[in-house]
Each structure stands twice: as structure tokens, then as C-alpha cells.
Design a protein around this ligand. Structure first.
Ligand code: TSJ
Length: 641
């Protein structure tokens, strides 16, 4: 007979048998209680304990929570609250703190109406007893201003009674535990994972200080103190720290008898939307009724206020939800007595009453805010109306391109020097940056199957541009029309007019730039062209070495030296600074003639790399760019060494 059953028979009454059965249930099906026994489940243990301390903070009795990752992946959570009650719980005849750690679903509930717990953040939680059951050992220390009490457990079973070990004037609770390696696939905590969740909690609970410390390795010890007096306002500021904000953060809050709703929002010059929502301090990545209420009210306020103030003219359409969300950063937090989490991952809020709660708050408060802040109204409406125009322009541009595509040469771009063949499989198009190279290329090509399209005007950064700018761009539109296959979701390779699309640009920095831009464009908007191997990069030579009437071309220094060695003395060497320096004949010989030319066939990997480099170097985020520069600067020094 097992140890546990012995204890049951010898020491415990009926209530305790239930306790042990509960404990065994947890250890038998841990996933049912903490989601998984992988990394996520492991970290869940910490959240569960911290959530209990946060409840004490919500009740107004605690303002500092310390989370430590100690050597051997032991976790210690300390708060400065009242201390878990140590008095005997009448029903079970054992101390309340012991109940918390041994009875399933006991966490926070025994406090009753007068405990000061109106809304509990731990509702999602499964209770400290589950953490206890899944820990090799756990130790709790309570200070209640009079005494110090401790009790230890092994795999959820009390290792002795609650003991009073001394006197104290201090108050607080300390819980230390070591996750049971028998139960988990990994017992190694990730600092960043804990940090993310704890920072969320610090933002969601204004004025609460949460300290995270990792002392597993002395040399790499780290600590962070997270404290945000501004709460959600600071959260929004933090989320938009790399964006250019258009106005100060707008904040609103409503408290009813058994719920609260709070929203902070700000528009930036960004084109993306980032909405974060929480219910009872738990992230709801799949949204739910609080998000629905928010979005509905936002659109309604924009349209009603806009009509009233004639910001949206009579003959104009209403703003769509996506128009009023462009550039928005928002955090929504609701607290309700009984949150219903829906969906597979319980990541969506289901409480129907919350939709109205958030909707009417956002509607009323945002309307008032608009009435009082005309300067902000001006910039926000400019933003939303320009998003609306962009949406409309994108639709029209899509239609225009759709109409223009096809084999109708009359509608081909004026700059295109088309080929005479109409068989796409043998046709090639050279996309050439700049005028003089374009001229030579037109003169030097084989006009039967080679088309030349010189590029003109200002190229846009597709990374920073809105879709309509891409569709309408003067430089890209001719490319799309000439290729004939459309773009985006409507792309149709059956209509592709040239099976070889060759990007031809100089070997210098500017050439590199236009190559990257075009590759990124193809990758983002015409990806099948790359996947099917239609995109090429021309490799014009860098040197021309002549001796008498003999000419040879070199594509790099090594080749140049080899040719010079062959020629012996008396040679002439010309370095091409750009394609524009070659005449038509030279261009044919070096770059266009299939017999001599060197081209690179672009793979998805190349394009992906161009895209990534591009996102990083041209996007809005400063961090990755600095990282890239630092990393590459380091490579240089590595080479130097
Ligand atoms: F997870 C946990 F339960 F083990 C745990 C609880 C862990 C940590 C780190 C802290 C806590 C906790 C619980 N901190 N503070 C409290 N407070 C109470 O349990 C408490 C205290 C007083 C009263 C009262 O009505 O006087 C009621 C409660 C629920």
C-alpha cells in the first residue's frame, strides 16, 4: 500500500480523503488544470501563484510583489499583503492557509463577502493547490503582523502541520516551490516569458510594483522592477514607443457595481492597428465581447460626430471600421465577477453584458472627448479620412490594373520597348533603371524576343507604403501592366507576357537599392513569379580588358587579373561605373546576348532575404536596425582580427 493511502487510513477523515483524491486527479491529468505539461504549463505555475498575490493588491492591501527565479529553478513569490489567514477553517477544522494549498479551487474564495475581493483576477486560475500538487516541494511563509507561520508540502501532501516559528510586526506571504520534474517536460523557466506576463500585470494594475529577479547564474543575474503609475495609459505609450504619435493618450474608465471597463488609446502615423484586450487581467488574444463593443462604438462615434460637424461631407460615404482603426494602438481591460472564457484556448471573452458596457462607455466618453479636443479631432479625422481615400484608391487602382492587363498592346506603358514575339515562353523583359542604359539596351537588344522597360520616377518603399500607394505608384504600375499577370490575390501566371523577367541595375549601392526594392515588391505582391523561377538579375561586367581588337569582360577582380595574365602586357583596361557607360553593342555583348550573359535566377530564399533586410532597414522600428548594424559591424571586426 502506498504511503498516501496509509496516511488516509491512519490520520484523516472523510474530507481529507476528498483532498487526496483531488490531488491525485491533478497529478493524473495535469493538462486539464494547467493546459499542458510543457513550457507553457510550467510558467503557468508561476502565474497562478502571482495571480493570488495580485488579488491581494486588487483588494488594496498589497503594493509590491517580488518574483525570483532561484538556482535549481526554484521559484519564490513574495508579497507585502495581509498574509494568507492562518485561523482554523470551521468546516474542515484546519488552518485556512492549509486549505488554500490542499483543497482544489479553494484559492481566494474562502474570504467571503467581506474579504475585500470584489473582482478577482484569479478567476481564470485553478488555485494554489494545483501548483502544490505539481511541485516536488512547496513552502509557504505567512507574516500577519503578529506571528510568522510556515508549512511545507511534498507533491501536494502536507509535510507536517502549520507551525508558528516566531513573532513579527511585518505582513506578507512568501511561497517557494520547485516544479516536479516527474510532471513536466521541462523545469527551466524563461526569464523573457515571465517578464512579458508580469509587465502586462504591472500595466494592468497601476501603482503595483512587480520585481522580477533571475539569480540562477551569478554571472548572468538580472533583475527588473516594473511599476507604472499611469496604468493603461503607460501601456499604450509603451506599445507605441517606436511610432510617431498624433496626440496624447486618450483614457477612459467606468466602474459599475460588479464590473469595470477601462480603455486607453492613441493614434500614430503608422498604418497598422494594435489592439490588446484583457478580462480580469487575463489576455484575450482572440478578442470577444469587450473588443466588439469597443470597435462598434469607435466606428459609430466617428461617423455620428463626423456628420454632425460636417467632417464627413453629405455626399461622402461613412467611415468603415478599418478606416477608423488605421494607426490605432489601444488597450482594453475589463473586470467582471464571472468572466466566461470561450474557444479552444479560452482566449476569447464571452460575457454578453460586457459588449454593452464597453460600447456605451467608449461611445459616451469618446464623444465628450471629441467635443472638448478639436485639435485632436482634426488630426484623427485626417488620418481616418485618408485611410478611407486610400481604401477607395486601392480598389480603383486594382480595377484599373485589371482592365489594363491582357495582351492589348495599345494599353502598354509608353516607355516599354516591346518585342515582336507573342510567345511568352521565349519572351524576356529587361527592367532597366535609368535613361541612358535604357537607351543602349533598346538599341542593343534582339527585338524579336527581348523587351526593354526603363524605370522612371520615384520608387516607393513598399514596406512603409499603404497598398494604394503600391498600386498607384508611377514606377511600379508600368512593371505590373507590362507583365500582364496582375498582382496580389488576383495574380494569374497564365497571363504573364514574358517568362524571363530580368532586373538590370548597376553594381553600385544605388543599383543594389533598386534591386532590393524590386525584389521586395515581387516578393510581397507577385510572389508566384519568384516561386515559378521567372525572376532574374542581370550581372553586367565590371571591367573591359582590350588588347588590339580583342576584348574580354571581367565580372570581378579575380577574373580581371586572370585575363590580364593571359594577355600579358600591352593591354587597355576600362572599368564600367555604370550600365550607362556601355554602348548598345557592348550591352548586347555583355548583358543581353544569351550566349555570353551572366544572370542569377532569383530563389525564394534570395527574395525572402531581401524582404527581411528591407523590413529591418526601411521599416519604422529602430531596434532591429541597430542590432543589424551592430552585428554586421562586429563581423567586420571579426574579419579584421
Ligand atoms: F497562491 C497563494 F495562494 F499561495 C498565494 C497567496 C501566494 C502569494 C504569493 C500570496 C497570496 C496571498 C493571499 N497574498 N495575500 C493573500 N491574502 C489572503 O489570502 C487574505 C488575507 C486576508 C483576508 C481577510 O479577509 O482578512 C482574506 C484573504 C483572502
Amino acid at each position: 500500500m502506498s504511503n498516501i493511502e496509509n496516511k488516509v487510513e491512519n490520520n484523516y477523515g472523510g474530507e481529507q480523503i476528498q483532498v487526496l483524491e483531488g490531488l491525485e486527479a491533478v497529478r493524473k491529468r495535469p493538462g486539464m488544470y494547467i493546459g499542458s505539461t510543457g513550457e507553457s504549463g510550467l510558467h503557468h505555475l508561476v502565474y497562478e501563484i502571482v495571480d493570488n498575490a495580485i488579488d491581494e493588491a486588487l483588494a488594496g492591501f498589497c503594493d509590491h510583489i517580488e518574483v525570483e527565479i532561484l538556482p535549481d529553478n526554484i521559484i519564490r513569490v513574495t508579497d507585502n499583503g495581509r498574509g494568507i489567514p492562518v485561523g482554523i477553517q470551521p468546516k474542515l477544522g484546519i488552518p485556512a492557509v492549509t486549505v488554500v494549498f490542499t483543497v482544489l479551487h479553494a484559492g481566494g474564495k474562502f474570504g467571503g463577502e467581506n474579504s475585500g475581493y470584489k473582482v478577482s483576477g484569479g478567476l481564470h486560475g485553478v488555485g494554489a493547490s494545483v501548483v502544490n500538487a505539481l511541485s516536488e516541494w512547496l513552502k509557504v511563509t505567512v507574516r500577519n503582523g503578529e506571528g510568522v507561520y510556515t508549512q511545507s508540502f511534498k507533491r501536494g501532501v502536507a509535510d507536517g502541520d502549520l507551525e508558528r516559528t516566531g513573532d513579527t510586526t511585518e505582513k506578507g506571504t512568501v511561497v517557494e516551490f520547485k516544479a516536479d520534474p516527474v510532471m513536466f517536460e521541462t523545469c527551466i523557466y524563461k526569464y523573457e516569458t515571465l517578464e512579458k506576463r508580469l509587465r502586462d500585470q504591472a500595466f494592468l494594475n497601476a501603482g503595483l510594483r512587480i520585481t522580477l529577479t533571475d539569480s540562477r547564474e551569478q554571472a548572468a543575474a538580472r533583475t527588473e522592477s516594473m511599476y507604472y503609475e499611469g496604468g493603461l495609459k503607460d501601456f499604450v505609450k509603451y506599445l507605441s514607443k517606436n511610432k510617431t504619435e498624433l496626440h496624447p493618450v486618450i483614457h477612459m474608465k467606468t466602474v459599475t457595481e460588479n464590473s469595470t471597463a477601462e480603455v486607453a488609446l492613441q493614434y500614430s502615423d503608422d498604418y497598422n492597428t494594435s489592439i490588446w484586450s484583457y478580462a480580469n487581467n487575463i489576455n484575450t488574444p482572440d478578442g470577444g465581447t469587450h473588443e466588439q463593443g469597443f470597435k462598434a462604438a469607435l466606428t459609430r462615434v466617428f461617423n455620428e460626430f463626423g456628420r454632425k460637424r460636417n467632417l464627413i461631407k453629405e455626399n461622402e460615404e461613412n467611415l468603415k471600421p478599418e478606416d477608423v482603426r488605421e494607426g490605432l494602438t489601444a488597450v482594453i481591460s475589463v473586470k467582471v465577477t464571472e468572466a466566461q472564457f470561450e474557444g479552444q484556448t479560452k482566449a476569447k471573452l464571452g460575457n454578453t453584458e460586457v459588449r454593452r458596457l464597453v460600447d456605451s462607455m467608449v461611445y459616451e466618453k469618446l464623444k465628450d472627448y471629441f467635443e472638448e479636443n478639436p485639435a485632436v479631432v482634426k488630426v484623427i479625422y485626417e488620418k481616418a479620412l485618408s485611410a478611407q481615400r486610400a481604401r477607395e484608391a486601392a480598389r480603383k487602382a486594382r480595377e484599373r490594373i485589371r482592365r489594363k492587363t491582357g495582351l492589348d498592346t495599345a494599353r502598354m506603358p509608353g516607355k516599354l520597348a516591346d518585342c515582336s514575339s507573342k510567345d511568352p515562353t521565349e519572351c524576356e523583359i529587361y527592367i532597366v533603371e535609368g535613361d541612358s542604359a535604357g537607351g543602349s539596351a533598346i538599341g542593343g537588344r534582339d527585338r524579336k524576343y527581348q523587351a526593354i522597360l526603363p524605370l522612371w520616377g520615384k520608387m516607393i518603399n513598399v514596406e512603409k507604403a499603404r497598398i494604394d500607394k503600391v498600386y498607384g505608384n508611377e514606377k511600379l504600375t508600368p512593371v505590373v501592366i507590362a507583365l500582364g499577370c496582375g498582382l496580389g490575390e488576383e495574380i494569374d501566371l497564365e497571363k504573364l507576357r514574358y517568362h524571363k523577367v530580368v532586373i538590370m541595375a548597376d553594381a553600385d549601392v544605388d543599383g543594389q537599392h533598386i534591386r532590393t526594392l524590386l525584389l521586395t515588391f515581387f516578393f510581397r505582391f507577385m510572389r508566384p513569379l519568384i516561386e515559378e523561377g521567372h525572376i532574374y538579375i542581370a550581372m553586367p561586367p565590371l571591367y573591359k580588358i582590350s588588347k588590339g581588337n580583342q576584348h574580354r569582360y571581367a565580372y570581378d577582380e579575380e577574373e580581371r587579373e586572370a585575363i590580364i595574365a593571359q594577355f600579358g602586357g600591352n593591354y587597355k583596361i576600362q572599368r564600367y561605373k555604370g550600365l550607362g557607360e556601355m554602348n548598345a553593342e557592348q550591352l548586347w555583348e555583355t548583358t543581353l546576348n544569351p550566349e555570353n550573359r551572366v544572370m542569377i535566377k532569383v530563389s525564394m530564399e534570395d527574395a525572402q532575404k531581401a524582404d527581411e533586410t528591407f523590413t529591418m532597414l526601411m521599416g519604422d522600428k529602430v531596434g532591429p536596425r541597430r542590432e543589424f548594424i551592430e552585428k554586421n559591424a562586429k563581423y567586420v571586426t571579426d574579419l579584421d582580427v
